[in-house]
Design a protein around this ligand. Structure first.
Ligand code: ADP
Ligand code: MG
Length: 244
């Protein structure tokens, strides 16, 4: 792409470019439906009070598609300085609380569809071991899936539906490095109405693993200081089975 600087990073099969204040996320033809989902969700979130990246263009051809979004000012959560982690947890808690308070979201991500996706990934032998903990890597993905399936009735009976980000890892949250408020939630392909524990499970395990920090300040700021650990564990085991 002429005039565009290719960027490294990201976890998906997309390529990322930047030109000035615009990011372009591009995918091959087989990735178009997924990127289109991300575009639609980004357009919807931009119409709410939650800070995010605005969609500026969408280009589709036989070679694939590119989603152009405005650059969110600030620093992604995985690049913040250690001394900023505590303050950023407070900002993140407030932002996630506001996200979960939104109404009238047209996108749904029911647990049944997430489990079906995990079943498909496991059946294809496509689980990425890099997303598993040391303990889980010792087990067959089918065994992990069996545990998820066994725990599903518990998690499902208690689920609390809210507008969720769906992939609330630290690189997908941009912070103002001086105020430590969230300046934008990005990478919205999985945004939709789901169990709010999906976001809480990912955010807390990321804070623990990537920042080596106790997520208590995040949970306090979010307003759920004592979450159900069993539901957190359920979603932490399910999520890595859904990529691949
Ligand atoms: N609009 C944007 N504003 C600021 N940073 C962005 C933007 N889009 C992407 N990035 C940066 O690029 C990284 C990868 O983009 P992302 O959309 O999360 O791709 P992936 O799906 O591969 O994770 C992000 O973690 C962030 O650092
Ligand atoms: Mg991302």
């Amino acid at each position: 792409m002429k005039g565009w600087e290719p960027l490294k990073g990201g976890e998906s099969d997309t390529s990322l470019y930047r030109r000035g204040d615009v990011f372009a996320k591009c995918c091959p033809p087989e990735g178009v439906p997924e990127l289109r989902d991300e575009r639609d969700r980004a357009e919807w979130l931009a119409g709410t009070a939650i800070p995010s990246a605005a969609v500026v263009d969408w280009v589709e051809s036989a070679d694939g598609a590119c989603l152009m979004t405005t650059a969110v000012p600030g620093v992604p959560g995985d690049s913040l300085a250690v001394e900023d982690h505590a303050g950023a947890m407070a900002g993140l808690g407030r932002a996630v609380r506001e996200l979960h308070s939104l109404t009238d979201c047209p996108f749904e991500r029911p647990l049944a569809s997430v489990v079906a996706l995990a079943e498909d990934v496991v059946r294809r032998g496509a689980v990425n071991p890099a997303f598993l903990t040391d303990e889980w890597r010792k087990l067959e993905p089918a065994e992990l899936l069996a545990r998820v399936v066994a725990e599903r009735p518990y998690a499902e009976s208690l689920q609390e539906l809210a507008v969720c980000h769906g992939d609330l890892c630290l690189p997908n949250v941009i912070f103002d490095p001086s105020t430590l408020e969230v300046t934008g939630l990005i990478d919205l392909g999985r945004l939709g109405i789901s169990d709010r524990y999906i976001d809480l499970a990912l955010a807390t395990i990321q804070i623990h693993d990537e920042w080596s920090a106790d997520p208590a300040p995040f949970l306090a700021s979010y307003g759920l200081p004592d979450p159900d650990q069993r539901r957190l564990e359920f979603h932490r085991m399910l999520d890595p089975l859904t990529w691949g």
